[in-house]
Design a protein around this ligand. Structure first.
Ligand SMILES: [Zn+2]
Length: 410
C-alpha cells in the first residue's frame, strides 16, 4: 500500500454568473503572472536579484488596497498560485539554460513571457476548502459548480488542489487527490514497443496499433478554417466567430488524440509486466518535415510520460533503450547489422541468416531482447536525456486517468 497523487479532470456545467466569476479568477491569475514577470525583470535589471513568489505575494497584497481593488473579488489563491507558477517557469528556464550551456540541449530556449487573453483565457488553481460532491464541486469564492459527468471525481479522497481551465469556451476542473494505492501483481508478458510513423506502434508479439491520424483527416477542414480567420478583418466580430470555429476544431482533434493515446498506454501498463521502448529523440525527429506531422499527431513525448506513470500504478516496468541502440538496423535473429537500411525500406532482410521480417516488428523484437540487459540501460523513470524536458514532471504531477470521460466532446 502506498500513497499516490492522481489528477482527475472533468467538464464543468456553469451558468453565466459562474462563467463570469471563473473568467475573473483566470484574469486575476494572468494579471498576477504578468505583473510578477515585470517586477522580476525590473528588479533584476536594477539590483541583479529578483524577488521570490512570497515577496511578490506580500507586495501584491499591499497593491490590492490601492491599485487593484477588483482583486478582492477573487480568491487569494488564484494570484498566489500564478506567482508560484512564475517561479517554476523561471526555474525551468534556468535549468534549460544550464543544459544549453553544457551543449545537452538542442531545442529553443524561451524565457517566461507575458500571458495574453488572445491565446486563451488560461485558468487558475485553488487550494483550501475543496469539497467534491457526486454531481458538483465546491470551491472557495466560486461556490458550488455543477459537473457535466456525475460520479467521476472521487468523493472520499483527500483533495490537494483544484485547477479550473478554459478551452474553446468549455470549462474544466482538474482535481489533484491523494489516494491509497495497492500495486497489483503483474504477471503479463514482456513486450518491446516500436513507435512508428505509419503505425502508432508495433509490438514484439506481432500486434500492430494503428495510427489514428486524426489531425491528418481533419487537416483539410482545419486549413479551411485557418484561411477563413485570416481573411476576416482584424478585430471584427466575424473574425472572432471564425477563430472560435477553428478553436473548436482543434479541441476535437486534441481530445481524440489524447483518448487514443491514453487507451493504448493504459492497456500496455495493465497487461504487460515489462515494456521496452526506445528513447527517441523527438525534438530531432520533428525537425524532419516529412515525419513531423505524424509524430506531432501521435505525441511520442506524451506516450512515454503516460506509460511511465501508469506502469508505476500497475506493477509494470518500463525499460528505456538507449537512443543509440540500432534496434531497427539489427537482425533480431542473429544480430547482424544492416548499416544501409534507410527509412524507406519497410522490410528487414538479413544477409547473414536470411531472416525476412517487417522492419518495425524486427525493431520491436530487438527491444524486447533488451528487457533483461545490463542495469545501466534500465531506468523505470526514463533515461537521462536532454530532449525530454518532462522527465522531472513525472514525480510531481500525476496526469488524468481516463480520457474518454475527461472531455465529453460536444
Ligand atoms: Zn540474421
Amino acid at each position: 500500500m502506498s500513497t499516490i497523487q492522481r489528477a482527475y479532470k472533468t467538464e464543468l456545467d456553469l451558468n453565466n454568473e459562474q462563467i463570469t466569476a471563473c473568467k475573473q479568477h483566470a484574469g486575476a491569475a494572468r494579471w498576477a503572472f504578468n505583473w510578477g514577470l515585470q517586477r522580476k525583470q525590473d528588479a533584476y535589471r536594477t539590483t541583479g536579484k529578483s524577488p521570490s513568489a512570497i515577496d511578490l505575494h506580500r507586495e501584491l497584497n499591499a497593491l490590492k488596497q490601492t491599485q487593484v481593488p477588483w482583486m478582492y473579488a477573487v480568491s487569494k489563491c488564484a494570484p498566489q498560485d500564478a506567482l508560484r507558477n512564475l517561479d517554476r517557469a523561471f526555474a525551468q528556464f534556468f535549468r534549460r539554460a544550464t543544459l544549453k550551456q553544457q551543449g545537452k540541449l538542442r531545442g529553443k530556449l524561451g524565457s517566461p513571457k507575458c500571458k495574453s487573453k488572445k491565446r486563451g483565457l488560461g485558468g487558475f488553481r485553488l487550494t483550501g476548502a475543496l469539497v467534491v460532491l457526486p454531481d458538483a464541486i465546491q470551491l472557495p469564492r466560486l461556490g458550488r459548480l455543477r459537473l457535466k459527468e456525475r460520479g467521476y471525481l472521487p468523493t472520499h479522497a483527500k483533495i490537494r488542489s483544484a485547477t479550473v481551465t478554459e478551452q474553446a469556451r468549455h470549462w474544466y476542473v482538474s482535481v489533484l487527490v491523494e489516494q491509497e494505492h495497492m500495486v497489483p501483481e503483474n504477471t503479463g508478458p514482456v513486450v518491446g514497443v516500436d513507435l512508428g510513423v505509419k503505425q502508432l506502434a508495433t509490438l514484439s508479439d506481432g500486434h500492430v496499433e494503428e495510427n489514428p491520424r486524426h489531425l491528418k483527416r481533419r487537416l483539410q477542414k482545419l486549413k479551411r478554417l485557418q484561411r477563413a480567420v485570416a481573411r476576416k478583418v482584424k478585430g471584427s466580430q466575424n473574425r472572432k466567430k471564425a477563430a472560435r470555429r477553428l478553436g473548436t476544431q482543434y479541441r476535437h482533434v486534441a481530445n481524440q488524440r489524447a483518448n487514443t493515446l491514453h487507451q493504448f498506454t493504459s492497456r500496455l501498463a495493465k497487461t504487460k509486466s515489462v515494456v521496452v521502448i526506445e528513447d527517441l529523440n523527438v525534438a530531432g525527429m520533428l525537425k524532419n518535415h516529412r515525419l513531423a506531422q505524424a509524430i506531432g499527431d501521435v505525441g511520442f513525448g506524451a506516450f512515454r510520460r503516460q506509460l511511465t506513470y501508469k506502469a508505476a500504478w500497475s506493477g509494470c516496468r518500463v525499460v528505456v533503450a538507449s537512443r543509440w541502440e540500432p534496434s531497427s538496423k539489427t537482425c533480431s535473429g542473429c544480430g547482424w547489422v544492416d548499416s544501409d537500411l534507410g527509412l524507406a525500406d519497410r522490410m528487414f532482410r538479413c544477409e547473414q541468416c536470411g531472416l525476412l521480417l517487417d522492419r518495425d516488428l524486427n525493431a520491436a523484437i530487438n527491444l524486447e531482447h533488451l528487457a533483461g540487459s545490463s542495469p545501466d540501460r534500465i531506468n523505470a523513470c526514463g533515461g537521462e536525456s536532454a530532449g525530454t524536458p518532462h522527465k522531472t514532471r513525472v514525480k510531481r504531477s500525476p496526469m488524468k486517468q481516463e480520457p474518454n470521460t475527461v472531455y465529453p466532446s460536444g
